[in-house]
Write a protein that binds this ligand. Structure first.
Ligand code: P6P
Length: 336
């Protein structure tokens, strides 16, 4: 059996041998990975842990929070606020940023997360996940504010997710490719099971919520109609469709075997660019997809180039196999 490489060893090598990450960032990633193990334990208990169901509260998005949304958020806050590596955190579940309390030393990193993405799947035992993004606090000003978080996704120092599925897996990039770690539950350790992940430029699989089709803009309708037309249509090949309704699960499949994920603008809420959040969903996933050789746009520009104007900004998302994202993006440009 090949020698097992742990997350710690992988990160030490990234720090020492490649000089890609400073010790503080290594510590931050290890703390987040440990927090994800804690979340996995709660998620896996299900009804036995009395963690299912609604918390009967709403988040800033106006979405009803599940008990596990709040538990996961608290786990990440408590795990990360004392280490001295962070200045502040931002979460889908919190209206405003959480500044590291004065009783702890402040670091230079900013951590953003969707603590439990795909909450609608919790009670029906379908894969869900934690998404995280790491930014550096820019400038030498004292204190930290929401403005410090409003950086384009290309500035990310690291990004990743943990998927709580048949296996519990941590998928990570520090800007030097994508690595996948599988949780060895007996040892309680993350083991490197895939490195330098690359997704194919071509695919025959798309992920979109088809029930929204009548609300889409013409370029998205054209792209999906052509996929549905199959061999007899302009694409000359048949396509398959998958939609888990957990972005982490859909992106993990795409990183593993290719595909294209689309959550576009739709006319029901024309003032909203899309459903997904830019800072802690689209940006980390786009960083991973690009690091694996894929592409991520909002239909008109690279997602990682979008400069946010507010913390919970939403965005239209098309990401995955390069040739397919290029095609659907070209359809938008032709229409513009
Ligand atoms: P719909 C989960 O709530 C989420 O934010 C993403 O994880 C997922 O891709 C999307 O929303 C699912 O949305 O409208 O299909 O339920």
């Amino acid at each position: 059996m090949a020698r097992r490489i742990s997350l710690t060893q992988y990160l030490v090598e990234q720090q020492r041998e490649h000089g890609h990450i400073p010790a503080e960032l290594r510590l931050l990633i290890e703390v987040v990975a440990r927090a994800c193990k804690t979340i996995a334990i709660s998620v896996n208990k299900g009804a036995l842990g009395e963690v299912l169901g609604s918390a009967h509260t709403e988040n800033v998005q106006g979405e009803v929070q599940k008990k596990l949304d709040i538990i996961s958020n608290e786990v990440l806050i408590e795990a990360n606020e004392w280490g001295g590596h962070l200045a502040a955190m931002a979460s889908e579940e919190m209206d405003s940023i959480h500044v590291v309390p004065n009783r702890y030393p402040q670091g230079e990193y900013l951590l953003l997360f969707d603590p439990l993405d795909g909450s609608s799947n919790i009670d029906v035992n379908v894969s869900i996940g934690t998404i995280f993004s790491v930014l550096r606090k820019v400038g030498h000003h004292r204190g930290v504010s929401e403005q410090d978080f409003l950086q384009a996704g290309r500035a990310q120092a690291a990004a990743g997710y943990c998927v709580y599925g048949p296996q519990t897996m941590l998928v990570l990039t520090v800007g030097e490719g994508v690595a996948m770690f599988t949780l060895d539950r007996e040892m309680g350790s993350w083991v490197l099971t895939a490195d330098q992940v690359q997704l194919p430029a071509e695919t025959k699989e798309f992920a979109v919520n088809m029930s929204n089709m009548r609300h889409w803009a013409p370029p998205v309708k054209r792209y999906i109609d052509e996929c549905l037309a199959g061999k007899e249509g302009p694409r000359g090949k048949d396509f398959n469709m998958r939609w888990v309704a957990s972005m982490v699960a859909d992106v993990h499949r795409i990183l593993t075997r290719g595909g294209v994920f689309i959550y576009p603008w739709d006319k029901r809420e024309p003032d909203k660019p899309g459903k997904l959040r830019l800072l802690y969903e689209a940006n980390p996933m786009s960083f991973l997809i690009e690091q694996a050789g894929g592409m991520a746009t909002n239909g008109s520009q690279r997602i990682l180039d979008i400069v946010p104007t507010k913390l919970h900004e939403r965005v239209s998302v098309m990401l995955g196999s390069k040739n397919e994202v290029e095609r659907v993006t070209d359809y938008h440009r032709e229409q513009a």
